[in-house]
Design a protein around this ligand. Structure first.
Ligand SMILES: [Zn+2]
Length: 112
């Protein structure tokens, strides 16, 4: 199967070869990031680019930082709650029933 791929690759022509040569010439820097779950990711950047301070872990989505001993803390759950979750948290069940009753009363008034 390797020889098959080699044949297919050689048929593409000079374009891809030139591209890979250029890629080798461009200086790259590899930056290692650690997430709070201990995953390591090593994206590479052009050498003249300032690497970002945080990188999203491709395995769990948590922010990853360049310091292995102090990975960025996982974001708190609150910002990712849905609006409905916020509403449910703020309002007790009794409040919810009162609001529901009020809404039903308004509906009935409108129909009457
Ligand atoms: Zn992770």
């Amino acid at each position: 199967m390797v020889s098959g791929n080699a044949i297919r690759g050689s048929r593409v022509g000079a374009g891809p070869m030139r591209w890979s040569e250029r890629g080798e010439q461009a200086p790259r820097q590899e930056v290692t990031y650690w997430c709070a779950n201990g995953h390591v990711t090593q994206p590479s950047f052009a050498a003249d680019v300032q690497p970002p301070p945080l990188w999203d872990c491709p395995r769990c989505g948590l922010p990853a930082g360049p310091d292995e001993t102090a990975p960025p803390a996982p974001p708190r759950a609150e910002p990712y709650k849905t609006h409905l979750a916020y509403v449910k948290e703020r309002r007790s069940d009794a409040d919810g029933e009162a609001i529901l009753a009020e809404a039903l009363a308004k509906l009935r008034q409108r129909r009457a």
